[in-house]
Design a binder for this molecule. Structure first.
Ligand code: WTA
Length: 652
C-alpha cells in the first residue's frame, strides 16, 4: 500500500446536517445519545450487547455468557438457544403485523406479488416440512442458485428453520464456479429455478445446475421453481418441481431451537488466493447485528417500504433483504431484473408505483443512472422516498451529490455504509438524523465497532494520514471462520499485525479526518472491486492459465468511471500461440466459463513477459501503473529486467 494512494482521495469539505424534520422523527434522534451508546458499546461491550440481545431477539433459552473471546475465535451468547426463522416470522404473528406485507415482489416482465407475514410463515413452514421429508436437517448444507424471486427468501428461511446451513450462489456464477462451491461445502440439496429474467432474456439456471452437478457427488436432490417456463430436463429420482413437492406437505411446522452459535450460512467470497473463501456466519450474533443496523441505519418505521437492489447472492441481500428487515417486521420490495429494462427508469417507476420510502443501492448503479441521463429520473415524482443508502464500494462525491439532488431531492439523508461479507452487517455509517454527512465518507462507526486506521505495525496513525483499516474488538455479527479452513481464517484476517493477534484486518485502506470521519479508499490486497463485486485477482489468473494458450497471467485493477475498477489482465502466451483479437475473445469467454461473466476482463493485453522480481514474483504494482496509463512510479530496483516494463509501456 502506498500512502500516496490513500491521501490522494479527494478532499471533500461539504457538510450536510440532518434536517430538523428528519431529526424529530428519527429512531435515534441525537448525537449525544449516539455518543453515549457508542462509548458504552466499546467500553463495556458485554453489558451493552447483553441489553441489546434481550431487547432485539426472541430467545427460547437464555444464554449464560455474552462473549467468549479467544482471539481469533469468538462465541457470542454462549448457551443461548433460538430459531432465526422464528425471529424473522413467528414473532410478528398475532400482532398488528400479521397481515402486513413482508414482501412485495416485482418480476422483470412486470408481474407483481404481495406476500404477508402470515403467508410467508405458512410457505416457510411447509417448505421446512418438505426439507425434513427429504432428510435435510440440522447442519446439512443446502445450495441456493435462484433468481430474485420470493421463493429464494422462503428457501433461506426454511433452511434456518430446520437448522440447515444455506449457501446462496449468485445466479451470475458459471456451472464451474457453482460446482466448486457445492463441493467445498458438500451440499446435499440444490434449490434452483428453470430460469430467471434478465434484460428480457431467460438466464437458464437449471441447465447450469445440471452441468455443475455432474461433478458434485454430494447432491441427491434438486428442487426446481417454475419461473420462466423455459424447457428443462428433470432427472427422475433426483429432481422435483417445487410445486409438486408442496402437494400434500403438511403446512404446520414445529421449529426447534438451535444454539446461538449454530451455523446459519456459508457465503463464498473472493480472497487474495485462487480459491473462494466460505465465510461462515452463525445465528444469534449475526441476526442481532442485522436487526439493529437495519433499525438504526435505515431508521425503519412501521410504514416503510424498503427496496434494496442487491441480489440475495451477495451478503447485502442476506443481511438487508432478508434477515435484518424481516426480523424488524419491515416490508421489503424485491425486484427480479435489470435496472434498465425495459427503460433506464425502471427503478424510479417502481418507486412511484409501490410507494417505496427507502432505497439502498450501489455507487456503480448510481453512476450508471447518471450516465443514462436525468430525463429518465425527472419523469417520476419520487416523493415517497425519505432515505437513501449506498454500499459496496467508495462513493465518489459527484455520484453522492447526484444521488442527493436528483433522487433524494435534497430532502433524504444518505447513509454511505461500509462493511463486508465477513462483518455480517454495517460497520461504519452515518445514523440518519444524527450524523452530519460529507459526500464520500462513511462517517462514524456503528455501536460496538472499534475501528482504527493503523500503520504496518498496527500503531494508530495520526488523523488525515492513510493506513490500514482494522477492527480491534470482536462484534456479534463477525464471521466465525472459513468453512473447512480455520488456518486460512487466521492467516487472512488475524495475522497482519503479529503484535496484535486480536486485530481483524479488513483488507481496506482508509484515513480518518480531523472530525474522526472515516474515508475508505478501497482494497489494498489482491482483491478488486468491479461494479461493487469482489473479484480476486488470483482467481482470474488461475482461470486464465487453465487455458491451453496461456503461459502466465496477471490481473490488476484500473480506475474506471463507471465500474469503480475495471479488470485488466496481462497475458503471456505459450510458444506456438499468437496474439490475436480472436484469442482475446476466447480468453474472455474462458474466464466467463470458469468463474462467471462478472469476472470477464475488460482489457486483455498480451505481453512477451511479465515484470518480475529477482525471486520470480510478478510485480503487480508496476502492472497497475501500466494499466492506468501512468508512468511507473516507485522503486523498480528489485525488478529483474526493466526492458519488460519498457516494452509494455511503449505498446500503449
Ligand atoms: C468495499 C459488501 C467504501 C470495501 C457489503 C470492502 C466499501 C468490500 C463500502 C466488501 C463503502 C463496501 N465504502 N468501500 N460504503 N462498502 N466497500 O464483501 O472494499 O462484497 O472491503 O461486502 O467492499 O465487499 P463485500
Amino acid at each position: 500500500m502506498t500512502d500516496q494512494t490513500i491521501t490522494s482521495v479527494s478532499r471533500e469539505h461539504r457538510v450536510f446536517r440532518p434536517s430538523a424534520e428528519f431529526k424529530a422523527q428519527a429512531n435515534l434522534g441525537s448525537e449525544s445519545t449516539y455518543k453515549r451508546l457508542y462509548s458504552e458499546s466499546v467500553n463495556s461491550p458485554e453489558k451493552f450487547w447483553d441489553r441489546m440481545a434481550k431487547e432485539h431477539l426472541v430467545w427460547r433459552k437464555p444464554y449464560k455468557k455474552v462473549l467468549n473471546w479467544k482471539p481469533p475465535h469468538a462465541e457470542w451468547f454462549v448457551g443461548g438457544k433460538l430459531n432465526v426463522a422464528e425471529n424473522c416470522l413467528d414473532r410478528h404473528l398475532g400482532t398488528a403485523r400479521e397481515n402486513k406485507a413482508a414482501l412485495i415482489f416485482e418480476g422483470e416482465p412486470g408481474d407483481v406479488r404481495t406476500i404477508t407475514y402470515k403467508q410467508l410463515h405458512f410457505h416457510v413452514c411447509r417448505l421446512a416440512q418438505i426439507f425434513q421429508n427429504m432428510g435435510i436437517g440440522k447442519g446439512d448444507r443446502v445450495a441456493i442458485y435462484m433468481p430474485m424471486i420470493p421463493e429464494a427468501v422462503m428457501a433461506m428461511l426454511a433452511c434456518a428453520r430446520v437448522g440447515a446451513i444455506h449457501t446462496v450462489i449468485f445466479g451470475g456464477f458459471s456451472p464451474e464456479a457453482l460446482k466448486d462451491r457445492i463441493n467445498d461445502c458438500q451440499a446435499k440439496l440444490v434449490i434452483t429455478a428453470d430460469g430467471g429474467w434478465r434484460r428480457g432474456k431467460v438466464i437458464e439456471l437449471k441447465a447450469n445446475v445440471d452441468r455443475a452437478v455432474e461433478g458434485t457427488p454430494s447432491v441427491h436432490t434438486m428442487m426446481v421453481v417454475k419461473r420462466c417456463g423455459n424447457p428443462v430436463t428433470m432427472v427422475e429420482g433426483r429432481d422435483v418441481w417445487w410445486r409438486e413437492a408442496w402437494e400434500g406437505a403438511p403446512n404446520y411446522h414445529e421449529a426447534k431451537a438451535f444454539d446461538a452459535e449454530h451455523p446459519l450460512f456459508i457465503l463464498y467470497t473472493s480472497g487474495s488466493t485462487g480459491k473462494p473463501k466460505g465465510v461462515l456466519h452463525t445465528s444469534a450474533g449475526y441476526l442481532l447485528g442485522c436487526k439493529m443496523t437495519s433499525q438504526y441505519v435505515f431508521d425503519l418505521k412501521e410504514n416503510d417500504r424498503y427496496f434494496c437492489s442487491a441480489d440475495i447472492g451477495w451478503i447485502t441481500g442476506h443481511s438487508y433483504v432478508v434477515y435484518g428487515l424481516l426480523s424488524n417486521g419491515a416490508t421489503i420490495f424485491m425486484y427480479e431484473g435489470a435496472p434498465n429494462q425495459p427503460e433506464p427508469d425502471r427503478f424510479w417507476q417502481m418507486i412511484d408505483r409501490h410507494g417505496i420510502t427507502i432505497l439502498y443501492t450501489a455507487p456503480t448503479a448510481i453512476r450508471a443512472f447518471m450516465r443514462w441521463g436525468d430525463n429518465f429520473v425527472l419523469r417520476h415524482r419520487l416523493d415517497s422516498l425519505r432515505l437513501l443508502g449506498s454500499v459496496g464500494e467508495p462513493i465518489n462525491p459527484e455520484a453522492w451529490m447526484w444521488y442527493h439532488k436528483m433522487i433524494g431531492k435534497k430532502r433524504c439523508p444518505i447513509v454511505d455504509t461500509w462493511w463486508q461479507t465477513e462483518t455480517g452487517g454495517i460497520m461504519i455509517s452515518p445514523l440518519p438524523g444524527v450524523t452530519p454527512t460529507k459526500p464520500g465518507s462513511a462517517t462514524k462507526p456503528f455501536f460496538g465497532v472499534a475501528a482504527k486506521v493503523v500503520d504496518d505495525q498496527g500503531k494508530e496513525v495520526p488523523r488525515n494520514t492513510g493506513g490500514k483499516l482494522v477492527l480491534t474488538q470482536p462484534w456479534p455479527s463477525m464471521l466465525r471462520t472459513l468453512w473447512g479452513d480455520d488456518d486460512r481464517f487466521k492467516r487472512q484476517y488475524f495475522s497482519e499485525f503479529p503484535k496484535h493477534p486480536d486485530y481483524y484486518f479488513t483488507g481496506d485502506g482508509a484515513r480518518q479526518d480531523e472530525d474522526g470521519y472515516f474515508w475508505i479508499v478501497g482494497r489494498i490486497d489482491d482483491v478488486l472491486n468491479v461494479s461493487g463485486h469482489r473479484i480476486g485477482t488470483a482467481e482470474v489468473e488461475s482461470a486464465l492459465v487453465s487455458h491451453p494458450a496461456v503461459a502466465e497471467a496477471a490481473a490488476v485493477g484500473r480506475p474506471d468511471e463507471l465500474k469503480g475498477q475495471a479488470l485488466v489482465v496481462f497475458v503471456s502466451l505459450k510458444a506456438g500461440h499468437t496474439a490475436s483479437d480472436e484469442l482475446k475473445e476466447a480468453l474472455r469467454n474462458h474466464v466467463g466459463k470458469e468463474i462467471g461473466s462478472l469476472a470477464k476482463p475488460d482489457t486483455i493485453r498480451f505481453a512477451a513477459a511479465l515484470p518480475k522480481t529477482r525471486s520470480g514474483k510478478i510485480m503487480r504494482r508496476i502492472l497497475k501503473d501500466i494499466a492506468a496509463g501512468a508512468t511507473v512510479k516507485g522503486d523498480t530496483s528489485t525488478l529483474e529486467d526493466f526492458s519488460v516494463v519498457a516494452s509494455l509501456q511503449s505498446e500503449e
